[in-house]
Design a protein around this ligand. Structure first.
Ligand code: PNS
Length: 163
């Protein structure tokens, strides 16, 4: 039988427990999952793409033998086809995510009809969680305990101390 490869794309700046939850769910569904970290060229990310990749790899740390971490730039669909993927996974938190995600999914389908976008819901405990909020709360001195993996919290502390 043909193996199913799914791409889980995003900025992951930084990876949150919500992302981890989606990775875990995807790893159960698909033969191979590629966590594809976007090289943000126009956004100024908090973590460089190298930092995001090494953190994500360390956190996953062979926990899921069928998950690997990679970087991409340019069109997501072109990257996905190069990886011989059939599926793009996106996490949906609330109805408010849906409109933007629908737009992206339909644009991606128009660009490349061989790819199917699959929406997954993270555990409800993470339904309000986003990388943007994590960055903001952390910068303003709030606790992100339980919202991000311990390594991310550690690296966030290092980032803020350096500033
Ligand atoms: O979770 P994020 O950070 O909102 O991820 C957005 C991402 C990376 C999935 C999206 O910006 C993307 O696919 N960018 C690559 C460029 C591209 O293909 N754009 C057209 C999308 S319809």
């Amino acid at each position: 039988m043909r193996k199913t490869t799914a791409i889980y794309p995003g900025s992951f700046d930084p990876l949150t427990n919500g992302h981890l939850d989606i990775i875990e769910r995807s790893a159960k569904l698909f033969d191979e999952v590629i966590v594809a970290i976007l090289v943000n060229l126009d956004k100024e990310p908090l973590f460089t793409v190298e930092e995001r990749v090494s953190m994500t790899r360390a956190i996953l740390n062979h926990r899921f033998p069928n998950v690997r971490v990679d970087i991409f730039d340019g069109l997501l669909v072109e990257y996905a086809i190069k990886q011989q993927a059939q599926v793009i996974v996106r996490g949906i938190r609330a109805v408010s995510d849906y409109e933007y995600e629908l737009q992206m999914a339909l644009m991606n389908r128009r660009l490349e009809s061989r790819l199917e976008t699959v929406f997954m819901m993270a555990a409800e405990a993470y339904s309000y969680l986003s990388s943007r909020l994590v960055r903001e709360v952390f910068k303003l001195g709030g606790s992100v305990d339980g919202l991000v993996p311990a390594l991310v919290e550690e690296k966030l502390k290092e980032k803020i101390q350096k500033k």
